[in-house]
Design a protein around this ligand. Structure first.
Ligand SMILES: O=C(O)CCC(=O)C(=O)O
Ligand SMILES: [Fe+2]
Length: 219
């Protein structure tokens, strides 16, 4: 590396574990996710109020799934909005990852599955719902590379870009729990892992709270 061109250190509380899952583990995790998605298919989410569609298609696992639509807004609920069934269990491999990477004793009970096609992106945001703030967020990348942005605790703080490859793990907690982050774009076709192309991202969280009368938690 040229002198003066060392990458800036990552923000406090933000952890990057490149290549955490090797090729065999990626294939095994993908098979587990395919099975899960057959039961709980990817679906189209929409922004609160405007109803604008999210370009990332999503599904979930664990007790609580994250759902957003025009009328109901951001929330966690116990059932898949299309099938009406409870979410499938979180794969053991991901429960182990959470415990080993973060040392957090209480297991995750929410797993969000994001699928990015060639055009999908995820705008700069904080994972700020009150019900998950007590624990970290752990994220696994599978398939095509993603240009990931991480900033600071204010929206206008300078952004750093990381190229996330298949098998990489990122997690943030403590001082880093509310860092702004997003996905600028993916490099469609950069990985052969998913036959259809694109990128799967899995995030794990621990949700705790008292459900509202309709059984949901504010997300
Ligand atoms: O796809 C990613 O790498 C990030 C996902 C994310 O930020 C989220 O689901 O909240
Ligand atoms: Fe996020």
């Amino acid at each position: 590396m040229l002198p003066g061109f060392e990458p800036a250190p990552l923000p406090a509380g933000f952890h990057f574990l490149p290549g955490h899952f090797d090729a065999a583990e990626q294939a095994a995790l993908l098979a587990e996710l395919r099975q899960l998605l057959a039961e709980a298919p990817l679906f189209q989410q929409a922004m609160p109020r405007s109803g604008a569609p999210l370009s990332v298609r999503m599904s979930g696992a664990g007790t609580w799934g994250w759902v957003t639509d025009k009328v109901g807004g951001y929330r966690y609920q116990r059932t898949h909005p299309v099938t009406g069934h409870a979410w499938p269990a979180i794969p053991e491999r991901l429960l182990r990852l959470w415990a080993e990477a973060t040392g957090e004793a209480r297991p995750p009970n929410q797993c969000l599955i994001n699928y990015y096609d060639a055009k999908a992106r995820l705008g700069l945001h904080q994972d700020k719902d009150a019900v998950s703030l007590g624990g970290p967020v752990v994220s696994v990348s599978l398939g095509d590379d993603a240009r990931f942005a991480v900033g600071g605790l204010a929206r206008n703080a300078p952004l750093q870009r990381l190229d996330l490859h298949s098998g990489d793990v990122v997690w943030f907690g403590g001082a880093g729990r509310l860092l702004f982050h997003g996905v600028d774009r993916i490099r469609f076709g950069s990985s052969a892992l998913l036959a259809e192309g694109g990128r799967l991202n899995v995030t794990l969280r621990r949700i705790e709270g008292v459900p509202r009368p309709d059984g949901t938690l504010p997300g």
